[in-house]
Design a protein around this ligand. Structure first.
Ligand SMILES: Cc1ncc(COP(=O)(O)O)c(C=O)c1O
Length: 409
């Protein structure tokens, strides 16, 4: 019998909820899926497919003519290969251009392309951690962070986001979680699934903790274009800011343009000059070992980013509308509540402790509605449900009646 690594020994028994959903599907019963987060499956605008068509691209003449680092033109064919560890200069320029539309000025020399945010996390863990080191992750938070760290031999330690502050960041809780092997602090802004945007004061306090302890700050900004309301003092990106610690801002096409299948993400490296330059030099070796971003998507990037505002506007209308429907459906005397939030793709419901998360999810499944329990996201101190706000208004509205009924029962 071969021996396999401990890091790939993930539990494989399906949880009771996936078992119940699979059983329902095998019986051909309908399901109103409020756990659907795939933006390409909910009727939102897709870009013109010609963007990935080389002939059409040549005719369009993009504003940053695609070249490799030596300036050789790639416009002739997407089949030509320029092995650039950080991505084609024209594509990195396109990312810097996108960031400039968000009010920050960054150099494309500090932009690194990867195939996905997940891959970028893996690169950063390789850059910052040796096996056995730790990184701090928000709780509640994005569950994949544990998996991605574990696959690099890195441990995660949670820092709690206090529910009293709407799951805002408490720099003292971050500092208390640091141990001798901590190398980085991960922040998701706005939080997934909490939808809380980092505030200026929270960021400054966090950057101060990171600088004092020699830690890097990784800020996952994949949802930061999706604010439902306007507010002052909210941070939308850490890119281009003079922060006192090594800083990485992560995002990509998967959320910004709703195109997870195209496999292109980016990270911006910032912070004190010498740290930043050393990080870039080392990252170049990491990225050079993979050279993972395909040429066609890089050539199409400026066009795909030009499409992003159309997608974002439609998505915002969708999530705002569904959130309003949810709030309006809540009876005044309900024992459950919609947790306040300002952005993102989800809604969080605080529900009674009894019968609790799993029993409520199972009851909802039996009534034909799938939602996620809070424990998937490591919520503590209460019972929660997480609902995707992406489904069409028809699906979302149809799910509300059984949802309200089961939560009231
Ligand atoms: C917070 C967060 N970061 C990153 C990702 C994944 O991004 P990518 O598809 O670029 O790996 C997700 C996907 O749901 C996410 O929720």
């Amino acid at each position: 019998m071969s021996r396999f690594s401990l890091r790939t020994a993930f539990p494989r028994t399906p949880n009771p909820l996936s078992q119940a959903a699979a059983e329902r599907q095998s019986r051909g019963l309908p399901l109103l899926d409020l756990a659907e987060t795939n933006p390409t499956r909910v009727g939102l605008p897709l870009p013109d497919p010609d963007l990935l068509n080389p002939g059409a691209q040549r005719i369009r003449a993009p504003s940053h003519p695609p070249t490799d680092a030596d300036g050789a033109s790639l416009a002739a064919s997407p089949f030509l290969y320029a092995p650039e560890p950080f991505g084609l200069p024209s594509a990195r320029e396109a990312v810097a251009g996108y960031l400039s539309t968000r009010g920050v000025s960054v150099s494309s020399a500090h932009v690194v392309l990867a195939a996905s945010t997940s891959e970028a996390y893996g690169w950063l863990f390789k850059l910052l951690c040796d096996p056995g080191d730790t990184v701090l992750v928000p709780a509640p938070g994005y569950p994949l962070l544990d998996v991605l760290a574990r696959l690099e031999g890195v441990h995660t330690r949670p820092y709690r986001l206090p529910s009293v502050h709407g799951f805002g960041l408490d720099a003292a809780a971050v500092e208390a979680a640091i141990d001798a092997r901590t190398r980085a602090v991960l922040v998701v802004n706005p939080g997934n699934p909490t939808g809380h945007f980092l505030h200026e004061g929270e960021l400054q306090a966090l950057a101060d903790v990171c600088a004092r302890h020699g830690l890097a700050l990784l800020c996952d900004e994949v949802f930061s274009d999706f604010a439902w309301d306007t507010g002052t003092g909210r941070v939308t990106t850490v890119a281009g800011r003079p922060l006192p610690c090594l800083t990485f801002a992560l995002s990509g096409l998967s959320k910004v343009a709703g195109l997870p299948g195209l496999k292109l993400s980016w990270l911006h490296v910032g912070g004190p000059t010498s740290l930043r330059d050393e990080a870039l030099a080392r990252l170049e070796d990491v990225a050079d070992a993979a050279l993972s971003v395909g040429t066609p998507v890089q050539l199409a990037l400026s066009g795909l980013l030009a499409h992003a505002p159309r997608f974002q506007q439609a998505l915002l209308e969708r999530v705002k509308g569904n959130r309003e429907r949810l709030v309006a459906a809540r009876p005044e005397d309900a024992a459950w509540d919609v947790v306040p939030a300002h952005g993102g793709w989800s809604a969080v419901l605080r529900i009674p402790l009894q019968p609790g998360e799993e029993a409520t999810c199972l009851r909802l499944l039996a009534a034909g509605v799938r939602v996620q329990p809070g424990y998937f996201y490591d919520f503590g101190g209460g019972a929660y449900l997480v609902l995707s706000l992406l489904p069409t208004p028809e699906v979302f509205t149809a799910a509300l009646a059984p949802l309200v009924r089961e939560l009231t029962a």
